[in-house]
Write a new protein. Sequence first.
Length: 264
Amino acid sequence: MLRFSILGALQIRTASGPAEISGDLQRTLVQTLLVSEGQSVSGEALVEEMWGEGAPDNQANALQAHVSRLRRKLRGLEPDRTTSRVTIHPSGYRLTVNEGELDAAEFVRTVRQAETLGSGSPEEAARLLRQALAMWRGPVFGGFTGGTLCQLAGARYEEYRMRAMELRFDAELRLGRHAAVLAELAETHTSHPLRERFCEQLMIALYCAGRQADALDVFRRMRRHLADELGIEPSPALRQVESAILSHDPALSGDVRAPLLQLT
């Protein structure tokens, strides 16, 4: 079995250790086939992804040469495998990736699993989400994004990462772990200043840590930031958290038995 990792720089791991994919074109080819998650990719799409406007005149032959090189590489990593992982179909080229072999697919599956738990099992949800987020080693593809298909996939996985972080913070707050996540929440809010959900969660954590004035100051700074950057007012959900803090709403307690303002 091979294990492919794209939540960070591209890696292929074998039973005997990591294998290197050399050359930008080969890495782009592998990444494009991987983010298609078992679906065929047309030759035209691969050429556009690999070369863009600089495609060679003999682009079909050039692509086939790179596909053949990749086949040989993968065959060498799995000498006992009877069929090639890279196959040609009427609709294009396909890289066979089995369940558990691609970290991004496992990450999304785990996040969805945690999401289905809802607010009823915060301990299990927090465990799953910590496990999922630990799969990330850095930016998708290590920042080597390639063309449009890889860029869109990178944005999709990054959005799932943001959602996983939001869900995990929700679970931790429901479990009363406000102090434990406070520093991480503050750093996350600073890194994503326009994402209001992180602001809401930071305000709740500060309030539950006995820092009501700081929580309200975070809201005021967020309101100014939204006005300056986007010319908009805070969302109803964010204003609801401010109102709950001002009125000392017991729903902010983070008690595992109570909903957390029903904001998720």
